[in-house]
Design a protein around this ligand. Sequence first.
Ligand code: AMP
Ligand code: ZN
Length: 469
Amino acid sequence: MPLRFFNTYSRQLEDFEPRDPAERKIGIYTCGPTVYSRAHIGNFRAYIFEDLLQRHLELRGYKVHRVMNITDVDDKTIRGAREAGIPLTKFTAQFKEAFFEDIEILRIKRADEFPAATDQRHIVRMIEMIATLVSRSLAYQADDKSVYFRINKFPDYGKLAHFDLTHLQSTGRVKHDEYDKEHIGDFALWKAWDEEDGDVGWESPWGRGRPGWHIECSAMATALLGEQIDIHCGGVDNIFPHHEAEIAQTEGVTGKKFVRYWLHCAHLLVDGQKMSKSLGNFYTLPNLLEKGYTGREIRYALMRVHYCAPLNFTWDGMEEARQALARIDEWLARLRETAGGKIDLRKLDLQIGEQFEEALDDDLNISAALGFLFETIRATNRAIDDGALDSAAARAWLNWWEEINTVLAMEADEAARPEEINAMMDARAAARLAKDWRRSDQLRDELKAHGWEVRDTKDGQKVTRRTGS
Ligand code: AMP
Ligand code: ZN
């Protein structure tokens, strides 16, 4: 079955055909954080879905080049810096740093590039794009000196959000006098400087000012990924106006279709409402770590439901995540014990467990994929109980786990080693100090029997989980 995704643009499941099928290279653009406060776990639901997408495409042999922008200048960041009484760059730096810490704990692969909106070369490109739009009458400078996109000049405006503009047109101009804009739906490309902006601003053909949020993404996406990109992602709240505006601006400049597949992640909810800063119903990653949950438990809790379905955040959900991972850990330990022996996994050509990958081919159906994993766990555990799983089969399943774990990234941390293993390592270190090599070897074998491989390095012993071979 080919890979397929639900494309917001067509509102249909579509077979995935990348721009450059022969090279198998894919460009993905994902809207990143606005660094005015620490991201909440709702934001991370979106980033984890994007991580799943990238990892699965890689498992299927694609070379993914992913760009995630950092919005480090907008109304919220400027307000935050002003209130904190520090320069904008200093204000945003702390949240950038927190963001990178959080994605590491959540095992989210780093994008290949994290362009910042305030990077001079991107500002130059934003200004160039706006100038092109103005020259084509797709944009205009209003009396307030800001530059706006003229949505009436772009017939496709509203196609992504499936939005009927006639409604806006009939009611939008009632209070026309109050607006500097020609149309209520026209959005800012360049915001004229005002006192609240303080020392934040860049010179442009339209005077001092700063870019609008939407043009930031159009400029950075095309600068780093070219005029057409394979996949563009974000949360559903990004569809309108942000992504709609990105299409209008980019296609208005290039005259080419901007994005082949638009994928949007449904929201993380709390009591039926979107988790958001403005509602105050949010948790950050440190909030959950303080409650004793680990990064991988939070990752599991945020990943386990299909990205198109809203996901309710609950403490029961967190407990379920904990139990699910404990079952996986226990299963892996049993498989490792059963595997024993010395069969080289790479010589076994077993076609097993393909349903997992196939479920993900089908619009990243993670719930079906995890369902298959837990069915497998039940079946193999039963076989181990019955003495019906030989070491070759155990190793084949471990090998399969290795593969699917490149997508899940849910193996227990080495730092979270069981106490029993730590105790054996300590005993072995003591035996080595006493030059009791027999005891040291005996402990090495015991560790091995528990599924841990020990190596002696110049920095002391190192243990790793054994993964077959
Ligand atoms: P922001 O920093 O607000 O621009 O959001 C960054 C990303 O998080 C965007 O892709 C949003 O669509 C996404 N996002 C924000 N809130 C939620 C939520 N409650 N659930 C899922 N995604 C969200
Ligand atoms: Zn964006």
